[in-house]
Ligand binder design. Sequence first.
Ligand code: G6P
Length: 611
Amino acid sequence: MCGIVGYVGGRACLPVLLDGLRRLEYRGYDSAGVAVFQDGRLALARAEGKLDRLQAKLAGTELLIGTTGIGHTRWATHGVPSEDNAHPHLDCSGTLAVAHNGIIENYLSLKKGLLARGHRFRSETDTEVVPHLLEEEYDGSLETAVHRVAGRLRGSFALAVASVREPSVIVAARQGSPLVVGLGDGENYLASDIPAILSLTRNTFILDDGEVAVLTPSEVRIQDRGRRPVAKTVFTVPWDPQHAERGGYPHFMLKEIHEQPRALADTLAGRLGPGDTVNLDELPIDAEGARSLSRVFMTACGTACNASLVGKYLLERWARLPAEIDVASEFRYRDPVMRPGDLAILVSQSGETADTLEALREWRRRGARTLAVTNVMGSSISREADTVIYTRAGPEIAVASTKAYITQLLVLTLLALKLGELRGCLTKPELAGYRDGLASLPRLAGEVLEASAPLAAVAQSWEQWDDVFFIGRGLDYAVALEGQLKLKELSYIHAEAYPAGELKHGTLALIVPGIPVIALATQRGLQEKMASNIAEVKARGARVIGIVLAGDEEEEFARHLDELITIPRVDSLLTPILSVLPLQLLAYHAAAARGCDVDKPRNLAKSVTVE
Ligand code: G6P
């Protein structure tokens, strides 16, 4: 996720900006830049790649000795990683600079208007509309201009703005993306996260949505959306710098688990139109093109492969498209039969996994149309696929994937709905129902996480067990696969997921008294069958932890459960995005209880770029 740093005060700000940006490196980025007031003008330096590249550019220049400035590390979402797309972005006159974190959903319509009014754009970013809008709105007060422009933006943003016309001022605005103000002595700081300024001060204000802050060396003034002054309470940061990088969480994984409602909201941004169904602008396909598709082949590794299985069910269900799944390392060494009308979908968080990349190349050699679902703009897979849909999870630091997985589920759900719509397989009321269900997911995911405290004790009770089983049917089985992967990679407990109906063909022999079995039973029409499977393992003494929809607690199957975990009621086809959350947390707590290195499990890597 992008990082913002700002400084107003009495010393040269460049070292402060660069140090702050370094402390935000853990968030991941692909380019960086600074804008500093210098001799009555705004000096700008930007570079693709790591901060060292930016620093090398700055070395030897006497340039940046100014005392007001903003800096940014960019994680590409709109426009490839490049110097032109790096922030800060300027207005036409080059006197006003903006750094932005988040996504401006209505940037295309704003940009159209700005172009028509003669503004010149130099980047492909959504952000660049902001300096141009500010240029139009400025009539003597940067604060007023920022209020006006913030009111015209849809989506999420944290903004840092500086203008030559007010050289000792930074104006900041927050809507949905975090922003922190730090209080110093004769100087003040701005950052998208506390670690960036923790070496300078522990006294901070956390900005709330709708607030605009004006920072000068001697004061910080805050107004709400209605321009009423806001008296903020100073938050004194109790964490050490390392802890602060993790937002106060003991591990990145737990932080990332709790970022999932935000990641879902970001991934949905602009993709659910009012009255419309799904907007997937990236998908260059019309109804005729969608109807000409005959089959889908999904290829991925690890967690991305588990997400693909959910995609397969939904593509078949909603778009009536036969879908096959291959683990990428297997696909490469078989000889699939490809026909015209086949679409290959490659799912990869990093966009760099060697086997998935080679699978993409193999599909292309065979003449298939290729579509990538990835989290990293500019990655190899994103560059080589015909079409890319981004997941917008932000950088994921923990090796075990959580927010990337859940946003893969969401993108595949959107894709299946869109293809279902284009192929005429879904009625308007059905589409509207699913769209409303999707819109509620960020909120419902937040509710699941808020109610998750009891899961720690459940996971801790597995201490003596070397094996845990996961069972489910349909989409619940797909989620069970992800649950078992999380548990084994993090806690080193052996875990297996089975389609519940398969138990009696072998695995039932392993069920002994007390052994934990996690039974997912969220799928309408399959609950009676699950009740029988739960009874089968109960009869052998298993300790059964059930994941059911709220309201199903009284059902026959729920009475046989030793532990009951409920998730909010949504359509069965949307449940994976909620039902996986408790499984992630169970794996996390089981690993933490065993003293495992949660963020870096033994023998595993985040990005596997070798075969
Ligand atoms: C590694 C990671 C997993 C990930 C898999 C595929 O095994 O540890 O978290 O699911 O690679 O990675 P990708 O970047 O292609 O999704």
